[in-house]
Write a protein that binds this ligand. Structure first.
Ligand SMILES: [Zn+2]
Length: 410
């Protein structure tokens, strides 16, 4: 993800190299979680790994108490009863923390990814200590000792320093409603047994789309999330070792109009300044007189209602509103085409509250891409779909990412 590293007056842009790969251990663990109880032989068959590789990795996971043997299963063809394997659910717990403006939400999972509980907190201003208290409250309510918390994943709608996890900036959370920037550091101090991760919400959503599509995903896949901010991610194929790589992408800060409005990132005419949902509401009010009530901040309640009204005007093909939607889609396509041509994208998924505009909106994007743009690489077979964000799915994905990270470090 892009990061801002302030150095006096200058601002440097960096790029996080953090890639998420499906290693063989992770592959096996995730398969056991999905299909348990399951035998070593069945795992080898399903993963196409050699029985020896499976055996070595499974023994390692048993030793580290990630999984356990649950006794013999049904007779196999040869008459021997195979030993079945299961995830050791009580080995530990993972918490996801979604950062909003004016609040946050903590969700607790066991390592089988079963949701154990959640607490949402609405507070005009809050700090890391408040988040720590909520985590403790959640653990205590479920009678879980602190040491059993093995992973914490902060989901942040903005930019942060990939090395230190220090929050840098969010377009969608006003500065005075922002949690203190060293939240990751405080969590690490407070919960020493847990690994603490932080991800941009767009990166988590891309990973979630990748998981949902599985092997059927057309890659490279571009996922774009359009709400009060615009974030995204890309899933690439690494043919050398037959793995998929998921990469967070700051697509919201692609410059599509260098005379455009100033962006909070410091540039002008970023995609986010022209195509965020508040930018659309603003244009609909100015040019079509809709009188929508909205706020620029992430998760603002009134924005849901504004989007419903905007969608009803779009569906009704309101003659005053349609030119606004057409201009909006044109600008959105400017951003999309840049990425499509740069990365040979095969498949675009657009989510966030903009997806409430429905299938006609997807058609308008397809038509605009076809009629006004040249796609250099993928013009024949590019596919475009809308998806609706399911909050549970995003948190669960963050929990999966945390488990993958734990595996790498175990
Ligand atoms: Zn920007």
């Amino acid at each position: 993800m892009m990061l801002f590293i302030s150095d006096g007056e200058r601002i440097h842009y960096g790029f996080s190299q953090k890639l998420i790969k499906n290693s063989n251990s992770t592959l096996l663990f995730n398969l056991i979680r999905k299909e348990m109880p399951i035998s070593r032989a069945a795992l080898a068959k399903k993963t196409r790994l050699s029985p020896t590789t499976v055996s070595i990795l499974i023994d390692e996971m048993i030793q580290n108490k990630w999984i356990c043997e649950t006794g013999p299963g049904e007779n196999s063809d040869r008459g021997r009863k195979p030993i079945l394997l299961e995830v050791n659910a009580s080995r530990g717990y993972v918490i996801t923390i979604e950062i909003y403006s004016g609040g946050y939400k903590c969700t607790l999972y066991d390592i089988c990814l079963k949701k154990i509980g959640d607490i949402g907190v609405r507070m005009a201003t809050y700090n890391s200590r408040d988040i720590c208290s909520t985590i403790s409250e959640l653990l205590e309510a479920k009678h879980i000792v602190h040491d059993r918390l093995i992973g914490i994943h902060v989901i942040f709608p903005g930019l942060f320093d990939a090395e230190t996890g220090k929050l840098r900036f969010s377009v969608v959370i006003p500065f005075d409603e922002m949690v203190d920037t060293n939240v990751v550091e405080v969590l690490k101090e407070q919960f020493a047994k847990a690994i603490v991760m932080i991800s941009n919400n767009g990166g988590v959503i891309a990973f979630s789309e990748f998981i949902a599509e599985g092997d059927n995903a057309g890659v490279p896949l571009l996922s774009v999330n359009i709400d009060e901010g615009i974030s995204g991610g890309m899933v690439l194929n690494d043919a050398r070792n037959n793995t998929k790589i998921c990469l967070p992408l700051e697509i919201g800060h692609i410059i599509v109009d260098n005379d455009g409005p100033p962006c909070k990132c410091g540039n002008r005419g970023c995609l986010e300044t022209l195509c965020s949902t508040p930018a659309l509401f603003h244009a609909l009010n100015e040019r079509a007189g809709l009188g929508l009530k909205f706020r620029e901040t992430f998760g603002a309640e009134c924005n849901h209602a504004a989007m419903e009204i905007a969608a009803s005007h779009f569906r009704a093909k309101d003659p005053k509103a349609m030119p606004v939607f057409q201009d909006y889609v044109y600008k959105l396509c400017c951003g999309l085409v840049s990425v499509v041509n740069l990365c040979n994208i095969k498949c675009i998924h657009i989510g966030g509250s903009i997806s409430k505009l429905g299938s006609d909106f997807a058609d308008l994007i397809r038509q605009t891409l076809r009629e006004h743009f040249v796609m250099l690489n993928a013009s024949l077979d590019i596919s475009l779909e809308l998806f609706s964000n399911d909050n549970e799915r995003i948190c669960r994905t963050a929990a999966i990412m945390t488990m993958d990270e734990l595996f790498k470090n175990s």
